[in-house]
Design a protein around this ligand. Sequence first.
Ligand SMILES: Cc1cc2nc3c(=O)[nH]c(=O)nc-3n(C[C@H](O)[C@H](O)[C@H](O)COP(=O)(O)OP(=O)(O)OC[C@H]3O[C@@H](n4cnc5c(N)ncnc54)[C@H](O)[C@@H]3O)c2cc1C
Length: 376
Amino acid sequence: MNFKSDITIIGAGVVGLAIAAQVAGQHKAVYVLEKNERFGQEISSRHSGVIHSGIYYPYGSLKAKLCVEGNRLLYEICQKHGIGYRKMGKLIVAASDEETGQLQELKERGHRNGAEGLRIISRRELNELEPNVKGVAALLSPATGIIDSHALMGFFAARAKEGGAEITYRKNVVGIDKLSGGYKVTVEEGDKDKFSFATRILINCAGLQCDRVAELAGIDIAKADYRLHYSKGEYFSVGGGKNKLVSRLIYPVPEVKFTSLGVHVTLDLEGRMRLGPNAEYVASIDYSVDTGHKDEFYNSAKRMLPFIEYEDLEPEMAGIRPKLQGPGEDVKDFVIRNETDKGLPGFINLIGIESPGLTSSPAIARYVANIVKGIV
Ligand SMILES: Cc1cc2nc3c(=O)[nH]c(=O)nc-3n(C[C@H](O)[C@H](O)[C@H](O)COP(=O)(O)OP(=O)(O)OC[C@H]3O[C@@H](n4cnc5c(N)ncnc54)[C@H](O)[C@@H]3O)c2cc1C
């Protein structure tokens, strides 16, 4: 078997595709294996679609660095390749005087992380910018925007194919065995017989299944602290023509442990408005929206957006976050590493790629390409 420069990527979400686009062309025989019929059917199509600026994440963390770099790269990619986006800016709104101290802390943290143009604005300026939003002050983040994430994935997929990569669907990776100088990957394809092939480098971008894929390679995921906790985020759409009443993304001050950024207002590229996501740890993947949560959404939105009426809200969709941070625990960073010290050189794991994973995707791709360079 010839292992030389074979790279196999498990998962065709935005992260796997971004990496494929980055490494194809530089390396021969790059394969992406995806268990679904099409790319981007899981986390990458059930999110807020926000290009974050890098405010919330601990200084020096991968989340902070890759988000700030990804923000810049995404706008460049969108401009150059005609991918839909709007750099409309975002406001984190303090609903009371007690919350204004947190705005200052967020501004300092974001500034240190490299988020551009952050500025605290007074109630008067908030009224001028967003007359329909209620608050005592706000943190303005002009570098925040929204993106057509499906078009972004299409771009990465096309780039990868141009570079010679092959993206194959209905390929469920069910076995990983170490060989000398690489890995044997076993794949299930519907009712057909399983097949195996060899790869020199194996990159795990399996999103909600990344811990299980790491386990397939023999990693003790409890010991490595790779076990995922699923956190569901639901969205409610806002009808009644209320979408015309704000022009930026509107967020509350986040809760202390940052398990989520708080139920916020997002607008999509068609101008549709929605509220969400909330955050609830769940045992399994289930995308239904609990209509019983409508009161919670209504009450938290009403604090900032007095114009919202109960009947404006309709359940829309849900996504699941692949979190390393369990209930009550502190924030955890992305894990992106070559597992040489676990006896698995050339096996690169990406674990816990929750938000800001979409924003960070082109920067994650560069980061992984550098790891790959160090191997080949
Ligand atoms: C509610 C919510 C809101 C979010 N909002 C934002 C936001 O506004 N901005 C932002 O930057 N980020 C946001 N994120 C985060 C962002 O969406 C994710 O970080 C990103 O989409 C993760 O992409 P991925 O490629 O790692 O995972 P996925 O898109 O899930 O891709 C993983 C792929 O691996 C495949 N796979 C899994 N196991 C196997 C196997 N054994 N064999 C073959 N294929 C396999 C899956 O089928 C899947 O297609 C949000 C996430 C959620 C849940």
